[in-house]
Unconditional design. Structure first.
Length: 462
């Protein structure tokens, strides 16, 4: 009996020590040991389609829900994290505490007015009943509210993309960055993040040091990588503003290495497939990186093997259209625009800590890391004996589409990846990186991976 009590006391002591490390700590590097992360559990909210602020004209609020299997896949990731002794803090729990505290301090009504202007008046009438389940569309009586004419009038429009937790906020050596999404539904997530970091008891030790909305720039966490205690990487031009880089350098006193992404003012297929920086590049060890081939190296600026493939497909499509003009055919403008814009991707500019002074480095991102002595592992693995076109189409671009680059780091040389990207995962293992996997074929449909699913809060330490 004494031995059992002793073991129980030891376990409680270790648990207390683990949680003590969380308080006040930060992310010192994106490959430092992961101690605590924020994530949003998927549940019954996936059955409620309310994507009112979706990106693009093809989104439909009634037919935009997620497949049921994403719940199982997301839980598999959480199980992996717990097995690795990573503390997983759920958005729902944090939001519940933040709502209670904000209501007690008389600040909740102000937040409701700013975040949900269309329904704030109705929500304030029920302010004592509002909780995280309400905001996350887990309460039927709040989601299926109706107007006098009987039409549906959800109390909250929902947060259909908030399970991509990387994007709403970023933990850095200097404190928390609150992102600012270009689209309404993503901006809602940033507003929720702002509330939990201001009012949740568990997050009081994590000060907000940069609020992208207040700084007047767009910024997604998926574009932001903490290289070390003095340096951030930032993808700019697509989902995050170019102006975000110098402003971060000035405000945080950190060097910012800005990486050119596909330009948002000339949308093409590149903007979706090279969505965020973590869609195409990640750190996997202290001297190893994972990257999409071709787009991030200067030597391929004008000889990217994707170019002749796309131009060939475009020419053939045009020929079919001429031969059968009565048929509905996809337009080839996007393919040619992709070819035109691809050379612009990947160039790096350094913004100096404090001053924000810009220095173009005349190299692309992979070149930058090679100069630092890093080994590069490619999405899709090496070409080997495969014909070039077969490798590009069936390995590199295929696994890029299914988030092969989008791994999340547990510690130097140990990552979590989707199990279906077999060639990328094998290439990582050959490079000496341990790869833990979980099923993610349904999650990846919506263009996100393990790195997107977590908002690392604490990294570093023993």
């Amino acid at each position: 009996m004494l031995a059992v009590v002793t073991v129980a006391i030891l376990l409680l002591t270790l648990a207390g020590a683990h949680h003590a490390k969380v308080n006040g700590a930060r992310v010192t590097s994106d490959v430092a040991p992961l101690r605590a992360t924020i994530a949003l559990s998927l549940g019954d909210q996936i059955f409620k389609s309310s994507d009112l602020g979706g990106a693009g004209a093809n989104r439909h609020p009634l037919f935009g829900s997620l497949p049921r299997g994403v719940i199982r896949e997301h839980q598999a990731l959480r199980d992996l994290l717990r097995n690795e002794n990573v503390r997983v803090m759920d958005v729902r729990d944090l939001l519940d505490g933040a709502i209670r505290n904000a209501r007690r301090e008389g600040k909740l009504d102000e937040w409701l007015k700013q975040t949900f202007p269309a329904t704030a008046e109705a929500a304030i009438k029920r302010i004592d009943a509002i909780d995280a389940a309400s905001v996350l569309n887990l309460r039927d009586e709040h989601f299926y509210a109706k107007r006098d004419d009987g039409s549906i009038d959800p109390l909250f429009t929902g947060l259909p993309s908030m399970y991509w937790s990387r994007d709403f906020a970023i933990s850095t050596p200097k404190g928390i960055i609150i992102g600012n999404g270009q689209y309404y539904r993503r901006a809602l997530e940033n507003s929720v993040a702002r509330l939990i970091f201001q009012f949740a008891d568990e997050l009081k030790q994590f000060p907000i040091v940069f609020d992208a909305a207040k700084e007047g720039v767009f910024l997604d966490g998926g574009d932001t990588i903490v290289l070390d205690e003095k340096t951030l990487l930032l993808g700019v031009g697509n989902r995050s503003s170019r102006d975000a880089a110098p402003k971060l350098a000035q405000k945080l006193g950190m060097d910012v290495i800005a990486v050119a992404m596909p330009p948002a003012d000339k949308p093409s297929g590149l903007n979706r497939q090279l969505l965020h920086l973590d869609s195409i590049f990640n750190l996997v060890d202290e001297k190893k990186v994972l990257a999409v081939p071709y787009f991030l190296e200067k030597r391929y600026s004008e000889s990217n093997p994707v170019k002749p493939i796309l131009l060939g497909l475009a020419a053939q499509t045009d020929q079919i259209r001429l031969a059968q003009p009565e048929r509905e055919m996809s337009k080839t403008d996007d393919l040619r625009l992709t070819v035109e814009l691809a050379p612009q991707v990947g160039w790096v500019t350094k913004y100096e800590a404090g001053s924000g002074k810009a220095t173009p480095l005349d190299m692309k991102l992979v070149d930058y890391f090679r100069e630092r002595g890093c080994q590069v592992v490619y999405v899709g693995g090496e070409q080997g004996a495969l014909p070039l076109e077969k490798y590009v189409i069936e390995r590199a671009m295929y696994e890029l589409r299914w988030q092969g680059a989008n791994v999340v780091q547990l510690r130097p040389g140990r990552v979590i990846a989707y199990e279906h990207n077999i060639h990328t995962n094998e290439a990582l293992r050959r490079a000496g990186v341990e790869v833990l996997t979980f099923p993610g074929e349904l999650l990846s449909i919506n263009n996100g991976g393990p790195h997107c699913l977590l908002m690392p809060l604490v990294r570093g330490g023993e």
